[in-house]
Write a new protein. Structure first.
Length: 283
């Protein structure tokens, strides 16, 4: 998919499973299991889907997935299969070595979004993309290093501490432009200062929607994760962004949906819903 000077491509960055009730909050299982069937442990399947954004001068990666080198207990709890966690291999298939990446745009620092930011080498974790700058919201970073009891399990510090130690983190303060085609849309419901990445040339727009809309099935307003620290802010942000997405015909990119890569949205008397579905990014 071409937007402005950038070519956009989906990149597989692994998979995991999370509790279905946590993923859908107050929505009953009788409703959410229609689109997201649960396993015998009541877990639903998630992708960790990164976005490759490249131009003649930049190779940008949006989020880095769950990464690898997790212990047996972690893999058992979260349904992680090590052989699926091949972000770097996926990039190689697209002709990109990890040294080629110029920028990594991190929506937030939860382990399933920044796990692949580092690799385990020589007995320690090191930055996976040694020549890149990693961009994250300043307020979110402050939460990540001092999380609350509710969300501290989502922040695994050895997955981002090496970025700090190597002076590779670049802080963004609020909604801002990365360049003339890329900007950041801040949402404070799932976690403080999660930045959604918007790629637009004024004609076509794609929004990497991170954990505001992890699945296509999260488009309806009541479908809000129990993980969110401020669900009423999530609700407000969903209304604001969905309204804009319909008005300007945005494509929403789903980081975690196991089947649907992206979609446009619509509104009717019953609320917001999916309009056109994309299993691969459109041309």
């Amino acid at each position: 998919m071409q937007i402005g000077k950038y070519q956009l491509e989906e990149i597989n960055a692994g998979s995991l499973s999370l509790d279905g009730g946590a993923m859908f909050g107050v929505v009953p299982k009788t409703l959410w299991q229609r689109s997201n069937p649960a396993d015998e442990l009541n877990r639903v399947a998630l992708k960790t889907r990164s976005l490759l954004v490249r131009s003649e001068s930049k190779i940008i990666l949006v989020d880095t997935g769950i990464g690898n080198n997790w212990d047996e207990k972690f893999c058992r709890i979260y349904g992680v299969e090590e052989q699926n966690l091949e972000l770097i291999s996926s990039l190689k298939e697209n002709g990109i070595a990890r040294e080629d990446v110029t920028d990594v745009l991190l929506t937030h620092l939860h382990f399933d979004h920044t796990g692949g930011s580092v690799i385990f080498s020589n007995g320690k974790y090191e930055p996976a993309f040694p020549n890149a700058k990693y961009h994250v919201q300043k307020r979110h970073f402050e939460l990540a290093i001092n999380p609350t009891e509710k969300d501290k399990a989502s922040f695994i510090k050895d997955r981002f501490n090496p970025l700090i130690e190597n002076n590779m983190l670049k802080f963004i303060d609020g909604e801002a432009e990365f360049d003339d085609n890329i900007s950041f849309v801040v949402s404070n419901g799932h976690t403080n200062s999660m930045q959604l990445v918007k790629v637009s040339d004024g004609t076509k727009t794609l929004l990497y929607s991170a954990d505001l809309f992890p699945f296509a099935s999260h488009i309806p307003l009541p479908y809000i994760m129990a993980y969110d620290i401020n669900p009423l802010i999530t609700l407000s942000d969903k209304k604001r962004i969905l309204s804009k997405a319909i008005e300007e015909e945005w494509i929403l990119f789903f980081e975690h949906d196991p089947e649907i890569v992206a979609a446009t949205v619509s509104q009717n008397l019953h609320g917001y819903g999916i309009d056109k579905v994309f299993e691969v990014l459109p041309e």
